[in-house]
Design a protein around this ligand. Structure first.
Ligand code: NDP
Length: 352
């Protein structure tokens, strides 16, 4: 294995703002390992909408300057001695990463050549799962899987009733159904037996959403979404809505949701949803949620069980990841512009 250098390249943010604040640096210090950590030489880095929120300051960073990014996959190049001892933070003994292993992980500061990662958060990749696929699927795949199961309460395939008492076959609407998370949601929902309606901005995106498993698609640029959804569901409305668009779509969600349905708002691609008048929910006894992925994978068991299930879904081909483009890390500003400019479908990756 090549020696670990003292400095590395990466993207530093010194102040919040537009894509111009993403600064390419070649002399950042390689992180020193603390107890329980491993050092990963990143190969592919996932770009997620949350990275833009930290860049703009919509989500405040606790430190400045900082390296942004939440997801990557690569090779373990160093392991803190504490990781292999019984008192290690890493209780996940069956999956303990060692030097040379390929791993995927969710942690901070991934827009860089190297990241220090709590060992317990890294998952060793099965031999047949490529590093690129793992980096592309982890965050958005876990989001889709946990949200379908826990926020929407759909039953695990093969069982009859989910955590919210929903049996399989509900009507579910997914906004931005050709995006990274939307693509994963449509496929996961199809696996869980839901009747999926996808909304997208444009014809081509609608075609992508169909390939993702949305049986019905609505082009938000051309069609009256509320009227179309009413028509598709025979006037009933949908049982669950997954909305990562936010401000632009929320009011219509309350019109499209069925009586006793659930609206899951999970993002702000068009801006955050303003404060909600709770009385509006009473009209149809609607459940309103605002979940975060990290709230569903907080314990080691939750993280491990859902990650294993995601890897199985990928390896059996029940869920696939489509990479929009692999950008060079240096070219990250273009990746952010494309994502925010609604020019992409599927997953954006950075390559070191
Ligand atoms: P996407 O690949 O879905 O890209 C965003 C999409 O949002 C665009 O392609 C576009 O699709 C749609 N969109 C609609 N209006 C706008 C607008 N005004 N500006 C920009 N985009 C718009 O991104 P991600 O998959 O990375 O993220 C999707 C959402 O999911 C984000 O809000 C993100 O924060 C959220 N998320 C939340 C998580 C959580 O834990 N709560 C975890 C993961 C993601 P179209 O043109 O088809 O409308």
């Amino acid at each position: 294995m090549p020696p670990i250098p003292k400095t590395m390249s990466g993207i530093l943010i010194e102040e919040t703002g537009g894509v111009e604040v993403l600064q390419w640096k070649t002399n950042l210090p390689v992180p020193e390992l603390k107890e329980g950590e491993i050092l990963v030489r990143n190969e592919f880095i996932g770009v997620n909408y949350i990275d833009t929120y930290f860049r703009t300051g919509l989500y405040p960073s606790s430190t400045f300057p900082f390296i942004t990014g939440k997801e990557a996959a690569g090779t373990v190049v160093a392991v803190h001695p504490s990781v292999s001892t019984p008192s290690s933070h890493n209780n996940n003994t069956s999956n303990k990463p060692k030097e040379g292993d390929r791993v995927a992980y969710l942690a901070d500061a991934t827009y860089a050549e190297f990241t220090a990662v709590p060992a317990a958060l890294a998952h060793v990749l099965p031999p047949s799962l490529s590093t690129e696929t793992a980096a592309a699927a982890l965050l958005q795949g876990l989001t889709a899987l946990t949200f379908v199961r826990e926020a929407a309460g759909l039953p695990r395939p093969g069982t009859s009733t989910g955590t919210l008492g929903i049996s399989s076959g509900p009507w579910v609407l997914v906004h931005a159904a050709a995006g990274g998370t939307g693509s994963m949601l449509c496929q996961m929902l199809a696996v869980h037996g839901a009747k999926v309606i996808g909304t997208c901005g444009g014809k081509e995106k609608c075609e992508v959403a169909k390939r993702n498993g949305a049986q019905w698609v609505v082009d938000r640029k051309e069609e009256d979404v509320v009227a179309r959804v009413r028509e598709i569901t025979g006037g009933r409305g949908v049982d669950v809505i997954f909305d990562g668009v936010g401000k632009a779509t929320f009011e219509a969600d309350l019109e499209m949701v069925a009586r006793k349905g659930t609206v899951v708002v999970f993002g702000n691609a068009s801006g955050p949803v303003p404060p909600v008048d709770l009385f509006k929910l009473g009209a149809k006894n609607v459940k309103l949620m605002r979940p975060r992925l990290f709230g569903y994978i907080e314990t080691q068991e939750e993280l491990d069980v859902y990650t294993r299930e995601l890897f199985d879904l990928l390896l059996t081909g029940k869920v696939n990841v489509k990479v929009h483009e692999v950008y060079s890390l240096k070219d990250v500003a273009r990746a952010h512009s494309d994502l925010e400019g609604r020019k992409t479908t599927g997953k954006l990756l950075l390559k070191v």
